[in-house]
Design a protein around this ligand. Structure first.
Ligand SMILES: [Zn+2]
Length: 241
């Protein structure tokens, strides 16, 4: 059985003498791992089309365990736009890794995650906004799509209208004085407003934000992501048992 789909190449690893296993985030079929035969030979008809970051149009043959890639055409070679800029390249790498982790179930369609990743990579290559903020905005939105929308306004636990002073990743964002637990951060109100703008993609606010707020926001996004990925991994281990 053959099927077509478009995908972003998330990562690759070697298989045998000349093959690779390609991990893809596809538009229609969610995360798919597929074999590209002979791709490491210089004569490969796939050329560089199956390298990380590439947006490809694929034909695949269903297999018992892994599918096999039978055709690949480049739609957008995002790696070409990212490769010359270290900050954009490393930020892009975090995006691929995050998509790989957040879409953990294979063949579970996640069109929204696919579109977010394509849009995020496009913004990263376009260079209209700083790479760190393109990344933070992508991370917050992909977490929200995964079902972990952070709250930067009302209390994440009791829902009381904000603004609130305290922030705790494990509680889902800002929390009120009653709900806060020891170890909660107390970011500046400007940083919380900036986080809301990053989540909403409100670039008019993000692009003019002071460096200290951008830095504080990035730290909180990283903490929020780390907490949820840790939990995602744990739940995956649990499912596989
Ligand atoms: Zn509360």
């Amino acid at each position: 059985m053959l099927y077509r789909d478009e995908a972003i190449v998330l990562r690759t690893h070697k298989l045998g003498e000349a093959d690779r296993i390609i991990t893809l985030l596809t538009r229609q079929h969610g995360r798919v791992r597929a074999v590209a035969k002979g791709v490491r030979r210089t004569t490969s008809r796939f050329g560089s089309r199956l390298e990380p970051f590439t947006h490809v149009d694929l034909q695949l043959a269903e297999g018992r365990n892994l599918d096999t890639i039978t055709q690949a055409e480049t739609l957008t070679p995002f790696s070409k736009g990212l490769g010359l800029d270290y900050d954009r390249y490393t930020a892009g790498t975090v995006m691929l890794e995050t998509a790989d982790r957040l879409v953990s179930e294979e063949r579970e369609p996640s069109v929204q995650q696919f579109l977010l990743l394509v849009g995020g990579l496009r913004a990263m290559v376009a260079g209209e906004h700083a790479p760190g903020q393109v990344l933070d905005s992508y991370l917050l939105r992909s977490l929200a799509v995964a079902g972990w929308a952070p709250s930067f306004d009302h209390c994440a636990r009791c829902g009381t209208e904000g603004p609130h002073r305290w922030f705790n990743p494990s509680m889902g964002g800002v929390v009120c004085a009653t709900c806060r637990v020891p170890g909660s951060a107390s970011p500046s109100p400007e940083t919380l407003a900036l986080l809301g703008a990053l989540l909403a993609g409100d670039w008019a606010v993000v692009d003019v934000a002071p460096a200290r707020n951008l830095k504080e926001a990035s730290g909180l996004v990283a903490a929020f992501l780390a907490w949820h990925l840790e939990r995602a991994l744990k739940s995956l281990v649990y499912v596989e048992r």
